[in-house]
Design a protein around this ligand. Structure first.
Ligand SMILES: [Zn+2]
Length: 194
């Protein structure tokens, strides 16, 4: 393993240990406690991994969308992939790099919990939740071109990552930018407690 890979493994392991123990138990229960650091396009790598596990690969549109992703939770493989070769990661200084890689891991763990635990009604409320999300979150989701059925999962995942970053800085209250409805969903889906 290269030095950047070893370093990323350390960062993600620390990000995992910083999760509240109850969240780690939930992630283990939904089969999302494994991760792998990769240094190439995630869509193609996930596709290869799925095929060598005897599963159907990704459809070309999904594969090319994931090729540009920083991280992905791949339910068929029960593994979280993080691409540290991504151009958005290269060139960050040590501190920014560490914060960014941890953010990606928290986002994807939020994703895994959201996919496993949101109800069909939660997913159907995606448009509304996106409208309630702070602009920084909603703009990121809109500009990434996700379909409406992904809005809820993206809102949960990104809110979760931001809340974890706040939490390790010692903030445990509900931030003023967070709408009650999203906060209640986060609590129900990820087991978040103040
Ligand atoms: Zn996401």
């Amino acid at each position: 393993m290269s030095a950047p890979e070893t370093d990323a493994v350390r960062i993600v392991r620390l990000a995992w240990l910083r999760l509240p123990p109850a969240h780690r138990s939930l992630l283990e229960a939904v089969g999302a406690s494994q991760w792998q650091i990769v240094t190439g396009p995630i869509g193609s790598i996930a596709d290869d991994m799925l095929r060598s596990a005897g599963q159907l690969g990704l459809l070309p549109p999904a594969r090319s969308r994931l090729d540009g992703a920083l991280g992905a939770w791949v339910p068929g493989l029960q593994v979280l992939l993080i691409n540290i070769g991504h151009p958005a990661i290269a060139g960050l200084d040590t501190q920014a790099h560490e914060a960014f890689v941890a953010h990606i891991a928290w986002h994807e763990w939020g994703h895994a919990l959201s996919l496993a635990r949101c109800s069909p009604e939660d997913v159907a409320a995606g448009d509304k939740l996106l409208a309630l999300a702070p602009e920084g979150i909603s703009e990121g989701i809109r500009s990434a071109g996700y379909g409406a059925k992904n809005y809820t999962h993206e809102v949960v995942a990104e809110t979760y990552a931001l809340m974890m970053a706040r939490r390790i800085r010692g903030h445990r209250d509900k931030p003023t930018w967070l709408d009650d409805e999203i906060y209640n969903l986060l609590k129900r889906v990820t087991g978040w407690v103040d």
